[in-house]
Design a protein around this ligand. Sequence first.
Ligand code: C2O
Ligand code: CU
Ligand code: CU
Length: 433
Amino acid sequence: MTHHYQLTASEFPWEISEGKTIQAMGFNGSVPGPMLKAAKGDTMRVTVKNELKEPTVVHWHGIRLPASMDGTDHVQRLIQPGEEFVYEFVVPDAGTFWYHSHHNETRQMERGMYGALVVEENAGPTVDAERMLMIDDMKLEANQEFTNGNFLSRWIERHDGRQGETHLVNGRENDVIEMDAGQVERWRLVNASSARYFRLFLSGRNFQLIATDGGLIERPVELTELLLVPGERADILVGPFNEGETLLMEALPYNRVTMVKTGRDTYATIRVGAEKTSVYHMPEKMRTILPLAGRDAVINRKVRFGVDLSLQHVIDFTVNGRTHDEDEPVAPGELQVWEVWNSSRMDHPFHLHGFFFQVLEVNGNEPDYLSWKDTINLPPQSRAKIAWRPDNRVGRWMYHCHILEHHEAGMMGHFEVKEPGTEAKAHGSHQHH
Ligand code: C2O
Ligand code: CU
Ligand code: CU
């Protein structure tokens, strides 16, 4: 089945709460843009029309699509004002995904150029209701404008990433989530913010993690808090709650070693209404995930995320010691075991385009459960060992820090999945590893 969608990028006024209107950038006049839906294996045909005054391009975060559809300036010409581009691809995996601008992101994404893309599965739990919650924050001045102040505040913003005190769920401040008592809901969470580390807390209630970036995990994991870094997704089961209860959806403080610290913030209020009967059912096992490699697999590439001293900018945000690194190509079918090392003293969310990986170890520790990921946090001075397998989707790909200001400053690596049987060379002339 083919789904036809039209996304028009433009600037428009957007009311984030009563009497508080911002000049947003977004798709089809709303923040977030429309939720796109499909079933596993369907085809999406999305026409993106650019009615902005500047170029843009749309990336489909987490979708294993052909390189030419990845929506970066490395695989296509930017969509100029007034132009259209048609993205067409199959969605091979069920899960919670999202689309967002991949050009001038620190401006376009901060102002709302993102939306959700859900690919439904027919496995997993039966739930009473499902909702999409896109988490964001904006840094606004008193007049609701997106200025970025003086030299010092711009410098801090480049260092920390842009973080603000306007907390949004689905483009709304102080959102109210109305839920019925006795119900179990599936919440699909996407962290669409520029830099905010969102440490979810639901008034101390337990919830169950059922899916990560790449869809369902094998069995639910019971939690009372969950860290979601920029770019990352999680599906959780919440409830059942009792009639008349009021709960808060909050973010607990997280110290990612920035200059400006974050506190404990409220994102939304959950109000529980009258009791309803539940159809909730959890299968014995939601999915089987086969391990790609053992913990002792031999590392065949090291990738270093660094904050290095620089003459020009005082500090540079680098990959392998360079900004916009050109990394070595990979061959289809060849298992990749990478050590992604964060040599800096602050956290960075690592994101790989177009492929899912499994985390084998972080600082020598095995994760508690198997999952498919495309975005993970790299704590300060940590080493994550990940495994992934390139397939025959040849072309240009990238990985980068999903703090948009760091990405913009050059904390990214490009690489090629080469044609089978060719000896493609990296474009750069350096060597590492
Ligand atoms: Cu959501 Cu290149 O990123
Ligand atoms: Cu991506
Ligand atoms: Cu970073």
